[in-house]
Design a protein around this ligand. Structure first.
Ligand code: HEM
Ligand SMILES: [Cu+2]
Length: 529
């Protein structure tokens, strides 16, 4: 008879024991539940958008409702799903395990961050219930100060609060990595996922306060009429865009660095080889985190900034493609001659690499000023960032959830269903978003709720793809929940992977390790170099 070992899951099963827990593993699960909720909330808005755009005539909703729908979609997806998804779920769960620690440095602060996340979400959802906001997720002035007569302040306060959750998580991770590494875990023995958490935490801590400040100024101007962004009061609307993108371009790397960390882990484990060029992978994480702060002006080529500024931002945007390309080359080199096992996590990882490459290359189109003048605010941009953020980040997130699922739950999921869902996701994604590159290149503007008949075919394809994509997101909810009860029990290391997290039980005991592990070797010590 197999008797389950005491684990973090069995220690206290009341709701109160979960809602007051200081265990990073339980907090990771709290986040996973909340984040999944917001993902499907944002997904419902996405479905409505695609339904509206399935026909050219704007016959489902009014223009005003459409504006509120895509704003809600953007706000929820960016702030309540993409930014917290990997750091707060997988990061919280894995970071202490991977460095051989018992918990994060500040466990109570960790729980507090989760409550802040919920509080921010509450504001945003309330805002929706009261009628929504129509400014777009970027809250551009002067829309958000002069014209919009909706609940801008409420939405902005929600984002402001969730920003603090992000800052505190970043702080917690940085202190954890600096102070709680186990004996022998030197900086260059850290798994790449830990490095990616380090990079992302730096960005969270340094960039998010700028967002908080910007949103406060916006709220102050709306509430008191002090001129900050409004020219008629002596303010400058372009200032808002500078502030906003100074945070929000780095924020796209809050979404993509963790994905890169996850994918590095999935690829080495699936080919059972050391990652190619470990040190370059580390330097490129830091490179992306730093250069990410220098490119924000590529969102403003047509906003009226000086030509010279645009030239500099264009060149810097090309430069940031270099560390990203290094990563793609090194993943490819790791796969080369590798003995690849195509489990579901590997399919997700390969999907990430393909979609990220297409998203990144089209980013170079947009970084070229002469092309961007034509493509800006068309569906080409929509396709570009969805390839990176939805194609890339969501694939990596789900790949990671699958890979570490046995560790988190102690159970194996159905491999057949998981592979089917991953492949369906890849196909559905491309059918949804590839036509948008074409529509955008032909001039279809973004954020319009009706369009000329000649774009109808591409939009119908896109809406059909969205149906497949939605199905592929719902499937994992089904078979993963099923596995909780009926899945086969996983041993400590079902994939034969390397890393401290695989050396402890699945699911891990409350304090992670029976005794603190000692590290004597670099990461990914597989037999094949
Ligand atoms: C190779 C690297 C990249 C380059 C050179 C690049 C370049 C650009 C440029 C120039 C724009 C402005 C387009 C316009 O307004 O016409 C843009 C938009 C955007 N990019 Fe990227 N990008 C890159 C990677 C990423 C990544 C990694 C993400 C997300 C994880 C991302 C997310 C976005 C978003 C959300 C927008 C839309 C902003 C808006 O609402 O206007 N990009 N990108
Ligand atoms: Cu940017």
């Amino acid at each position: 008879m197999h008797r389950a070992e005491p684990s973090y899951l069995t220690e206290g099963s009341t709701l109160a024991s979960w809602l007051t827990t200081h265990d990073h593993k339980r907090i990771a699960i709290l986040y996973a539940v909340a984040i999944t909720f917001f993902f499907f909330l944002g997904g419902i808005a996405a479905a409505l958008i695609r339904l509206e755009l399935a026909t050219p005539h704007g016959d489902l909703m009014s223009a005003d409702t459409y504006n509120k729908t895509f704003t809600f979609h953007g706000v929820v997806m960016v702030w309540f799903f993409l930014i917290p998804s990997i750091p707060n779920t997988l990061g919280n769960f894995l970071l202490p395990l991977m460095i051989g620690a018992r918990d994060v440095a500040f466990p109570r602060l960790n729980l507090f961050s989760w409550y802040l996340y919920l509080l921010g979400g509450l504001f945003t959802v309330t805002c929706l219930l009261l009628g929504g906001v129509d400014t777009g997720w970027t809250f551009y002035t002067p829309f958000s100060t002069l014209f919009s007569n909706t609940h801008v302040v409420l939405a902005v306060v929600g984002v402001f609060i969730v920003g603090f959750s992000s800052i505190l998580t970043g702080l917690n991770f940085i202190v954890t990595i600096h102070t709680l590494r186990t004996k022998g875990m030197t900086w260059f023995r850290l798994p790449l996922f830990v490095w990616s958490m380090y990079g992302v935490s730096l960005v969270m801590m340094l960039a998010t306060p700028v967002l908080a400040m910007t949103l406060s100024l916006l709220a102050i101007e709306r509430l008191t009429g002090v001129g900050i962004f409004d020219p008629s009061l002596g303010g400058d609307p372009l200032l808002f865009q500078h502030f906003f993108w100074f945070y929000s371009h780095p924020a796209v790397y809050i979404m993509v660095l963790p994905s890169m960390g996850v994918v590095s882990e999935l690829i080495t484990a699936s080919v059972r080889r050391k990652i190619f060029g470990y040190r370059f992978m580390v330097y490129s994480i830091i490179g992306i985190a730093v250069v990410g702060f220098l490119v924000w002006g590529h969102h403003m080529f047509v906003a009226g900034q000086s030509m010279y500024a645009s030239i500099v931002f264009s060149i810097l945007s090309f430069i940031i493609a270099v560390p990203s390309a290094i990563k793609v080359f090194n993943w490819t080199a790791t796969l080369y001659k590798g003995d690849i096992t195509f489990g579901a996590p590997m399919i997700y990882a390969l999907g990430f690499v393909g979609l990220f490459m297409l998203g990144g290359l089209t980013g170079l189109f947009l970084a070229a000023t002469a092309l961007d003048v034509n493509l800006t605010d068309t569906y080409f941009v929509v396709a570009h960032f969805h390839y990176i953020m939805v194609g890339g980040a969501v694939m990596a997130y789900l790949g990671g959830i699958h890979f570490w699922w046995p560790k988190i739950t102690g159970r194996l999921y159905s491999e057949g269903w998981a592979r089917f869902a991953a492949i369906l996701m890849f196909l559905g994604f491309n059918l949804t978003f590839f036509p948008q590159f074409l529509a955008g290149a032909e001039g279809m503007p973004r954020r319009y709720y009706r369009y000329p008949d000649e774009y109808a075919l591409l939009n119908v394809l896109s809406s059909a793809g969205a149906v497949l994509l939605a199905a592929s997101y719902l499937l994992p909810v089904g078979y993963l929940l099923w596995s909780l009860r009926f899945g086969e029990r996983a041993g400590p290391d079902p994939w034969g992977a390397k890393g401290l997290e695989w050396e402890t039980a699945s699911p891990p005991p409350p304090h992670n390790f029976e005794r603190p592990p000692v590290v004597t070797d670099g990461p990914y010590a597989y037999v094949h170099p």
